[in-house]
Design a protein around this ligand. Structure first.
Ligand SMILES: Nc1nc2c(ncn2[C@@H]2O[C@H](COP(=O)(O)OP(=O)(O)OP(=O)(O)O)[C@@H](O)[C@H]2O)c(=O)[nH]1
Ligand SMILES: [Mg+2]
Length: 409
């Protein structure tokens, strides 16, 4: 670490000296008022002593000669200035010499080490803040250079709760296209390009239905998302439209009347139902349903933000047969909670997802975030309580239309 002392009339004078001599990464460690000059102890002038420091490995880099100049940004500089002054106050506070007792009882080397650690902490804090400020100012500059239609698209997607990282990526891609084509896009062109790009990004995850070669399908998900209703909808489609022999298993003995709910659908659809209380009951249930071409297994909704519950349900889903698990998520859930649940299930190898209650929302960004962040394969979208009608296969183009709303073409 390189430490330098400055005697100046006022702090701003010291700040610019420190900047030019030690570089922009330097920090002020201490300031103190002193008196200099005079005659026989009289007419002494008030001055300020400023101690500044810079990490030795940065001293050379930071010197203005050695480092390429970054573009000055007055806004960031003003904030950095403020940060430096705050840091100077903090440094003064933390660098206060320890009390007499402390000096006598703590070895000097330890005090020195402690001091260096504190200095390092302050330097790191300032560096992080400066990076953050530069990022903010870059974002602001980008916004200023955006056309009103791009800003409208950005705002629309923020309202749709699409994650900012994806929005910025989309806006950047459209801006790049504009620069390539050397024109300013009209409103229609912007929304058209947005639709095209979103479809292109989602395409690798599209077209995933529940596999037809799989005999056992488990449905898992938080409480009340519509697992049981969805099973009834899909079973109706399989039995009535496809003529397949379907069987039900439920392990939802957790909630009173849960079994009755599935039993009602089983009776209506004339589908046999087996109830399992633990993993040990599964072989018996599969034996009972061995004639069935397709088995849908209902599970109890739990708080799957807890990984313990996820591992519990997962232990129930082990079968020797070809099987897959579908995570059911309701669009009325909060995006952050849905992400936490998806994250836990992904750890257990769940790849497919089914979204319900689209009829109860007009905010669709969570679907995009979940697919892109967790590489989940969307299967169906349910949008109502009516069995069997209110369900359809996930279609990228219609989803993108929903996401872009009335502006989509
Ligand atoms: N609006 C709307 N309601 C739905 C949809 N799917 C299911 N529901 C309703 O959501 C409620 C809960 O549905 P269930 O099928 O019992 O949900 P579940 O996930 O099995 O619930 P638990 O087993 O208790 O975890 C019921 O009132 C359903 O009618 C949907 O797509 N839209
Ligand atoms: Mg249920």
């Amino acid at each position: 670490m390189r430490v330098k002392r400055y005697v100046v009339s006022a702090l701003p004078e010291a700040v610019s000296l420190i900047r030019s001599e030690l570089g922009k990464d330097a920090v002020i460690l201490n300031t103190k008022e002193i008196k200099v000059g005079g005659f026989m102890g009289m007419f002494r002038k008030k001055k300020m002593e400023v101690i500044a420091a810079i990490e030795s490995n940065q001293a050379n880099q930071s010197s203005p000669q050695a480092k390429p100049q970054r573009n000055p940004d007055p806004q960031v500089d003003a904030v950095v200035e403020q940060i430096l002054q705050t840091a100077q106050r903090t440094a003064t506070a933390v660098m206060e010499p320890p009390s007499v007792q402390a000096v006598s009882s703590v070895p000097i080397a330890e005090l020195q080490k402690d001091k260096i650690e504190r200095e390092q902490f302050i330097i790191d804090e300032i560096r992080d803040l400066r990076e953050y400020m530069l990022k903010l100012s870059k974002q602001q500059n980008n916004l200023i250079s955006m056309s009103e239609h791009l800003i409208a698209l950005r705002e629309h997607l923020i309202e749709q709760e699409m994650e900012l990282q994806w929005i910025e990526r989309l806006i950047q891609a459209i801006s790049d296209k504009e620069s390539e084509e050397k024109i300013v896009f009209s409103k229609e062109q912007i929304w058209e390009h947005a639709a095209e790009l979103l479809q292109e990004w989602l395409q690798p995850y599209s077209g995933s239905s529940i596999s037809s070669h799989v005999r056992v399908v488990h449905f898992v998900g938080p409480t009340g998302v519509g697992k049981t209703t969805t099973i009834a909808k899909l079973a109706a489609e399989q039995t009535i439209k496809q003529g397949r022999k379907v069987g039900f298993i439920t392990s939802d003995t957790y909630r009173i009347a849960a079994v009755d709910q599935l039993r009602t659908y089983a009776n209506i659809l004339n589908v046999p139902l087996e109830v399992v209380f633990s993993q040990m009951d599964l072989p018996r249930a599969f034996k009972q349903l061995e004639e069935r071409e397709l088995i849908y297994m209902d599970t109890a909704g739990r708080n799957f933000r807890s990984e313990l519950h996820v591992s519990e349900v997962n232990s129930l889903l082990q079968t020797t047969e070809a099987n897959e698990t579908v995570l059911v998520l309701s669009m009325t859930g909060k995006t952050k909670d849905m992400s936490a649940v998806a994250n836990h299930f992904c750890k257990y190898g769940v790849r497919k997802v089914l979204f319900t209650k689209l009829d109860e929302t007009s905010v669709y960004g969570a679907i995009f975030n979940l697919i892109m962040n967790f590489e989940l394969l969307p299967t169906y979208m349910a949008s109502g309580q009516t069995v069997p009608d209110d369900i359809e296969k996930f279609q990228v183009d219609s989803y993108v239309k929903q996401l872009l709303g009335s502006n989509s073409l």
